[in-house]
Design a protein around this ligand. Structure first.
Ligand SMILES: Nc1ncnc2c1ncn2[C@@H]1O[C@H](COP(=O)(O)OP(=O)(O)OP(=O)(O)O)[C@@H](O)[C@H]1O
Ligand SMILES: [Mg+2]
Length: 102
């Protein structure tokens, strides 16, 4: 079974597990609108079925909706480990205190 991060977060949310605000986008304009709705610094994350997205340059931050559009369009034109990026998750940028891998 392969799930994208945004799909996993939707499933968590449907069972009442708290997840940070965020939505999936397939265009720069959609990413801009989502960033605008979040209203603070966002993270733009390539949705591809591989790990190491950050190390491959597929995860970037944006301070404004305009910057979110620019960063999303860059990530949406990437291939990561041979997989074209067709969607990005635009989420609230959080202060990461601890990180776990399951
Ligand atoms: N919502 C967020 N707010 C702040 N930082 C984030 C957020 N999501 C991801 N990051 C940062 O980006 C890094 C990479 O994200 P993530 O671990 O989800 O992707 P990955 O595919 O496992 O990439 P990598 O192998 O580079 O860790 C995280 O370790 C964290 O530092
Ligand atoms: Mg990681």
């Amino acid at each position: 079974m392969k799930l994208h991060e945004y799909q996993a977060k939707e499933i968590f949310a449907s069972y009442g597990i708290p997840v940070p605000p965020g939505k999936v986008a397939s265009t720069a304009e959609e990413a801009k609108a989502i960033a605008s709705g979040i209203g603070k610094k966002v993270v733009i994350k390539a949705q591809v079925h591989v790990g190491g997205r950050g190390k491959a340059g597929g995860i970037k931050f944006a301070d404004t909706p305009g910057e979110a559009a620019k960063v999303a369009s860059e990530i949406l034109s990437m291939e990561i480990k041979g997989l074209p990026v067709r969607k990005v998750l635009v989420g609230e940028c959080l202060e990461v205190l601890e990180e776990y891998y399951l």
